[in-house]
Design a protein around this ligand. Structure first.
Ligand code: 4AD
Ligand code: MG
Length: 461
């Protein structure tokens, strides 16, 4: 029989003949026996292979069995007399498929810093931490689709190249085929009519606007894909290329929106606790102590829901000195968000009704004409993980907001059309996938939860 190590480790050690393919993690020799630890990425656990030196001809070139070499092992799966594993393979044959010379192979058996591993990102998936992150990331992607598909949401693919700025924040990467050293000019300005698309184009910062058009036909949709931001933020929570999940729901106000977001997050946490117990135990013991208890607590608790004004009052009355002083109207910084979630409520917090001046043009304006129906979800350790809102569904109010934000209504004619024909209250949110993985795994730096991070001055591999 062949199979993944994950399956093999769940089998009884009853002498079944087994073939396993993987990479050597370690080799240890003692009293006429050689022990190999083999890993194949299917689980964080290794399979122990025992080679009896009295059985001649098992290995062709024992010297080649170094850390990182790839092997095919055949033998019997038996109960392990040793500690630390239930079963092991008693080898009849070990073939080295590819050698890994000790000299020059960086991943020898010692702990490496995450900073160092970022420099060898093509090899870091072979470590426990990055294997675990990759498996959790995959299981989470599956759970995201399950959650929405089980509830009748339609998965919509929104474009990656766009002509409109969804967030209106101007943090976009331009896409052009014009020669940037000497672009064609017209009246001293770049003549984009000569560019590939005949107009200025960028990588999208969000699929929301296009997603809304589908929600206003199919009622419940979601997107899940890469988005791009040219924010010059060199932090542990920002990437230039990150994945976002954006559900959008017609006939849904901000309260329904918050309910779905909270249910969604809990569903994901529960799924990972159930489906990735070994990886989660690793994160709990090696990366962030107590993270399993923490997630379990969140799954069974209600998120705290407060308004921006209440949050500001809480921060001001706390007597804390923040680097960025707090007053009504400021954008909450991550120190404020962390204080609220870690010190005040010790739970995820949903903050609603932010000042309209600090939020995007598409959010529904409240009756006070000062705040909008925004809702951000903040979590301990990270701060903002979800940004969402009820959308402005009134045509004239939306157009006024577009103008007020210094944008051109002509660029948004199709978005405004939704409010002309069969307009409906609708809401949605965006969840940053990498921040979600950071939260669940406890990994500190967002660059370590995506295979090949793209960030300011970072574009290797
Ligand atoms: O709050 P944001 O900017 O919201 C939107 O893009 C809306 N269009 C979403 C919607 O309503 N459909 O971004 C949403 C989330 C943030 O809460 C954060 O988790 C993540 O995306 N995010 C980033 N993650 C990594 N790196 C960055 N530079 C990020 N910027 C935002
Ligand atoms: Mg936001």
């Amino acid at each position: 029989m062949g199979g993944d190590i994950k399956q093999i480790l769940a089998m009884p050690g009853d002498g079944t003949a087994i073939t396993v393919k993987g990479w050597v993690r370690t080799k240890r020799e003692s009293k006429g026996v050689t022990f190999l630890e083999i890993n194949d990425g299917s689980t964080i656990k290794n399979l122990q292979v025992v080679i009896d030196d009295d059985k001649p001809g098992v290995i062709k070139a024992p010297g080649d069995l170094t850390t990182g070499s790839s092997v095919v092992v055949s033998g019997m799966l038996i109960q392990s007399p040793g500690q630390g594993q239930a079963v092991e393979i008693s080898a009849d044959r070990v073939d080295v498929v590819g050698t890994a010379p000790v000299d020059g192979y960086a991943l020898q058996k010692k702990r490496h810093s995450f900073e160092f591993l970022r420099e060898i990102a093509h090899l870091r998936a072979r470590t426990n931490s990055f294997g675990a992150v990759a498996r959790v990331r995959s299981a989470m992607s599956y759970a995201i689709h399950s959650f929405f598909q089980e509830r009748g949401f339609i998965y919509v693919h929104t474009p990656i190249i766009t002509g409109s700025d969804c967030e209106g924040a101007g943090e976009m990467f331009q896409v052009t085929t014009l020669p940037i050293e000497k672009p064609p000019l017209i009246n001293g300005q770049v003549d984009y009519s000569q560019d590939f698309f005949g107009k200025k184009a960028s990588l999208t910062v969000s699929g929301q606007l296009e997603g809304e058009t589908y929600a206003c036909a199919l009622k419940k949709i979601y997107t899940f894909g890469p988005t791009f931001r040219a924010e010059n933020s060199n932090t542990s929570r920002h990437l230039a290329e990150f994945w976002m999940i954006e559900p959008e729901m017609a006939f849904c106000d901000i309260h329904g929106n918050m309910d779905v977001a909270e249910e969604f997050l809990k569903y994901i946490f529960r799924h990972i606790l159930e489906q990735c117990p070994d990886d989660m135990e690793f994160f709990d013991s090696r990366i962030n102590k107590g993270i399993i208890d923490n997630l379990q607590h969140i799954v069974t608790s209600e998120f705290k829901r407060i308004t921006y004004t209440e949050a500001v009052n809480e921060l001001v009355s706390s007597g804390m000195t923040f680097e960025f002083p707090v007053s009504w109207g400021i954008d909450l910084q991550s120190e404020h968000e962390k204080f609220l979630t870690e010190k005040v409520y010790r739970l995820p917090v949903i903050i609603t009704d932010y000042p309209k001046a600090i939020k995007a043009f598409y959010m529904k304006v409240n009756e006070d004409n000062k705040t909008v129906r925004a809702m951000d979800i903040l979590v301990p350790r990270l701060g903002e993980i979800v940004g969402g809102s009820e959308r402005e569904s009134d045509h004239d109010t939306l157009k006024a907001r577009i103008l007020e934000c210094g944008l051109d209504p002509d660029d948004y004619w199709w978005y405004l059309d939704l409010r002309k024909f069969g307009t409906v209250p609708h809401s949605g949110f965006g969840l940053g996938f990498e921040r979600l993985i950071q939260f669940v795994t406890g990994m500190q730096n967002i660059r370590d939860v995506i295979p090949y991070p793209r960030a300011v001055k970072t574009l290797e591999f």
